[in-house]
Design a protein around this ligand. Structure first.
Ligand code: SF4
Length: 497
């Protein structure tokens, strides 16, 4: 009898075809987007063990193998003298591992509080399915559960330092709910096992389920195997900004896969612009309007970009889970004569970079002139957070925030090139406006998420000084290009050559 793991049952809940592929064609899986989520989950899991009781026993599945892990779990559950982490259960056609099991001894005997730990900052619907399966399998395995809870990251927690993480997790009790869902879970397991036994994958077309509740690792396999398929079009419907899933579905039902064929009355002015420029293959540029937007802002003009890192488990005193903490900035400064000066900051020491970065930022931003950014809400939020953490710099930071001018709305309203494919991100707009300034020439770090990964690698204790130096160069080159890109876009919009 095949026992399905909890993750397989949850895969079935997302899409029966996903379950089938997980079992029969795991080679087709593309896990590149789930690596980070996996690492974050591990970070939170490690700290959860410290929070609940460092003296508990961890069942190390990778070392023990499944059967020994189940046997060891059963023995410890029988004993009930200490917490168990990753206890395994196998029953009723399924298997599951519980993050935390806390023993509870009372007059009526031994029972357990089961806690599932999640790295998210709230409870999601799929978490409820997850713990319903967990509870069903544990109960079927004969474990007496007093309570079943989900512990998620509390994003209001402020790390006081010294590895004191009490308060990082917030527990929500689901005991009554999971007990009422036994029938449902039994049905999922039965249906999932039937799918698992099929000799061929079930016929299921791609749709919303491919990204809800998780991005499916088989998207790169399924989508290209469907015909006719919008991904084969040069201008797919998905390139229409904010074109709803319902409208996309309606177009597909009418065999419309190319955004240039969507009737005008389905489109907003912005979507219409994307359609029209895609039809002509030429750029839209309201040069007069763009120049007028920017003529209001004089010199010296500065161009600012931050790189930030966030941690589910904060590592620096005074920071919150998932807070965007800046570790780097690049700042270009241009005066009336066209002289361009560059300033930068990067701290790879592993200590909290925030205060030194704030001091350097205030110094180089000066007291006058606009500070241009791209998508200003991000830079403003970073500076507001710094002001809250360091009240002694709040006034100076507020003064910089008041000078921030966002280039993104100017780009959105005044410019579009079909090569942008419906996106006004800096990396989409820059190649259209200034093709000679390319992110493709960078080595190692070429986008924001690569910058975060590189930063985390650089501050890791095991990273060699040589590798750290390499990363430092890559990060400096990358961030400098970001603000140089702002300068070029600003020049283009102002009509300066
Ligand atoms: S990509 Fe979509 S259709 Fe294919 S297995 Fe995943 S969820 Fe199912």
């Amino acid at each position: 009898m095949r026992h399905l793991s909890k993750s397989k049952i949850i895969a079935y809940r997302q899409c029966p075809k996903r379950l089938w592929l997980e079992i029969h064609r795991p080679d087709l899986r593309d896990d590149s987007s789930s690596v980070t989520a996996f690492r974050i989950g591990n970070e939170v899991g490690d700290v959860a063990r410290e929070i609940y009781d460092d003296n508990g026993t961890l069942i190390e599945i990778e070392t023990l193998g499944f059967e020994q892990a189940f046997a060891k779990s059963a023995a410890l559950l029988q004993k009930g003298d200490a917490p168990i982490f990753e206890a395994g259960f196998k029953a009723a056609g399924a298997l599951a591992f519980a993050d935390v099991m806390l023993p509870r001894l009372s007059e009526s005997g031994l029972s357990w509080d089961m806690i599932e730990v999640k790295a998210s900052t709230g409870v999601k619907d799929y978490h409820r399915d997850d713990i319903a399966v967990q509870n069903y399998v544990a109960t079927a395995a004969g474990v007496d559960l007093t309570s079943v809870s989900l512990a998620h990251v509390n994003n209001a927690f402020v790390y006081p330092g010294d590895r004191d993480y009490q308060g990082l997790l917030h527990e929500v009790d689901f005991t009554d709910e999971v007990k009422s869902r036994h029938g449902e879970v039994a049905k999922w397991i039965e249906e999932a096992r039937k799918i698992a036994e099929l000799s061929d994958a079930p016929e299921i077309k791609t749709g919303e389920q491919c990204h809800q509740p998780h991005h499916c690792s088989f998207c790169n396999y399924c989508a290209p195997h469907e015909a006719p398929d919008e991904t084969s079009e040069e201008y797919p419907l998905s390139s229409l900004p904010n074109f709803s899933a319902d409208k996309q579905q309606e177009m597909k039902s009418r065999a419309i896969y190319d955004l240039r064929e969507v009737p005008d009355d389905y489109l907003s002015w912005k979507q219409l612009r994307v359609k029209e420029q895609s039809q002509t293959g030429e750029a839209y540029f309201d040069a007069k309007g763009a120049a007028a937007d920017l003529a209001l802002h004089g010199f010296p003009s500065r161009f600012l970009d931050f790189e930030t890192a966030m941690f589910a488990v904060p590592i620096w005193k005074g920071t919150r889970p998932y807070q965007q903490v800046p570790f780097q900035f690049s700042l270009h400064n241009i005066d009336e004569t066209g002289t361009l000066i560059h300033h930068e900051f990067l701290d790879l020491s592993g200590s909290d970079p925030s205060e030194a970065l704030t001091v350097a930022l205030i110094k180089h931003c000066g007291n006058e002139g606009p500070v241009f950014t791209y998508n200003a809400s991000f830079e403003k939020r970073v500076m507001r957070d710094l002001g809250e953490r360091f009240p002694q710099y709040q006034l100076a930071l507020d003064a910089i925030i008041a000078r921030v001018i966002d280039l993104l709305p100017v780009a959105r309203n005044r410019y579009y090139h079909p090569s942008q494919h419906g996106s006004w991100s800096l990396k989409s707009v820059l190649p259209a406006i200034c093709p000679e300034l390319s992110y493709e020439n960078l080595t190692g770090v070429a986008d924001g998420s690569m910058a975060v990964d590189a930063f985390k690698e650089a501050i890791a204790l095991e990273t060699s000084p040589e590798q750290k130096k390499t990363i430092e160069h890559q990060l400096l080159d990358y961030c400098q290009l970001d603000t140089l890109a702002l300068v070029e876009i600003w020049k283009f919009f102002r009509g300066i050559n």
